[in-house]
Design a protein around this ligand. Structure first.
Ligand code: C2E
Ligand code: MG
Ligand code: MG
Ligand code: MG
Length: 297
């Protein structure tokens, strides 16, 4: 009886593994095709200044609209990024993201709009590929984009990961910095880390993980004490803080009260297609700012 029980469990386990494997193979195939057929899109989520409420830039979030014989299905990055990382596809995908962000920045500049930086998310594998900094610089130069308009988001987990095992990664980060691109530490507070790495990696922004800001069904700030501690620490390290996942007015007020300077979240806007995001920002910020100063005559 016990033996049969064991066999059943094993079969169950094998079946689950099988399903997972099949799913990941299907995703991998699909992702390759998506890259070839341009089925990906960069959505942009506004970042705003909590003091004056103005939109100050965007975060680019990858979207994959899978097309299965005419039936379109949206697949979340939390589902396909891990597969892209496991298969190495994150390298061409990540490059596509950089190009796409630069393309947007260039198109905006042509319209006379060059005050909204775009932040992109970068995986540890991209950093470890050995030429991330160099290829970033090449793309920026090639496209003629001022580097301060491109921001690089690395999760705390990524930084801790490379801090503990890879000396070259520090060089890579220095190289990113030397291009003039800004660096953000994403999902801060979730990496179970010693804080030592903060001193070693020169970064511009700390992003408070959204789990400290909002919890489903809760109106107030999820972890006020932790948020306050992060703001204080960032200040003494010369970094600015961005709170992720602001969903309610109460959370916004609590964050303003502790002098968190920037934020992102559904309260202001969800990630949306680039054109829409730009329009949103311009409407939100008010047209009066866009008016030219009258020339003396
Ligand atoms: P992230 O970089 O921390 O991005 C923030 C995530 O929180 C996004 O999820 C965003 O849609 C979501 N979010 C924003 N505001 C709110 C809010 O008010 N409430 C809640 N509940 N969620 C909010 P998304 O777009 O599903 O992306 C998930 C993760 O996938 C990202 O987390 C990032 O780590 C990864 N990712 C997305 N695009 C890329 C990419 O181009 N490259 C890489 N390597 N990773 C990416
Ligand atoms: Mg991010
Ligand atoms: Mg985050
Ligand atoms: Mg995240």
């Amino acid at each position: 009886e016990a033996k049969r029980h064991g066999i059943n469990r094993l079969q169950c386990f094998t079946a689950r593994l099988q399903t997972q494997l099949e799913k990941s193979i299907r995703l991998e195939k699909g992702l390759r095709r998506a890259l070839e057929h341009n089925e990906c899109e960069l959505y942009l989520q506004p970042k705003w200044n909590l003091c004056d409420q103005k939109i100050i830039g965007f975060e680019a979030l990858l979207r994959w609209l899978e097309d299965e014989g005419g039936v379109k299905r949206f697949i979340s990055p939390t589902e396909f990024i891990p597969v892209a990382e496991k298969t190495g596809l994150i390298i061409p995908l990540g490059e596509w993201v950089i190009y796409q962000a630069c393309k947007l920045l260039k198109a905006w500049e042509a319209q006379g709009i060059s005050h909204y930086p775009i932040a992109i998310n970068v995986s540890p594998l991209q950093l470890k590929s050995g030429n991330f900094g160099a290829s970033l610089k090449a793309i920026l130069d090639e496209e003629g984009i001022p580097a301060h308009l491109l921001e690089i988001e690395l999760t705390e987990e990524t930084l801790v990961d490379i801090y503990s095992e890879d000396d070259n990664a520090l060089e890579e980060l220095e190289q990113i910095r030397s291009t003039g691109a800004r660096i953000s530490i994403d999902d801060f507070g979730t990496g179970y880390s010693s804080l030592k790495y903060l001193k070693h990696f020169p970064s511009d922004y700390l992003k408070i993980d959204k789990s400290f800001v909002s919890v489903e069904g809760m109106d107030s700030l999820a972890e006020p004490a932790i948020c306050r501690a992060i703001v204080t620490m960032a200040e003494s390290l010369g970094m600015q803080v961005i709170a992720e996942g602001i969903e309610t007015d109460k959370q916004l007020q609590a964050l303003t009260a502790i002098k968190c300077s920037m934020g992102q979240g559904y309260l202001i806007a969800k990630p949306m297609p680039a054109e829409q995001a730009l329009l949103f920002a311009q409407n939100h910020n008010g047209m009066e700012r866009e008016q030219p100063v009258p020339s003396p005559s």
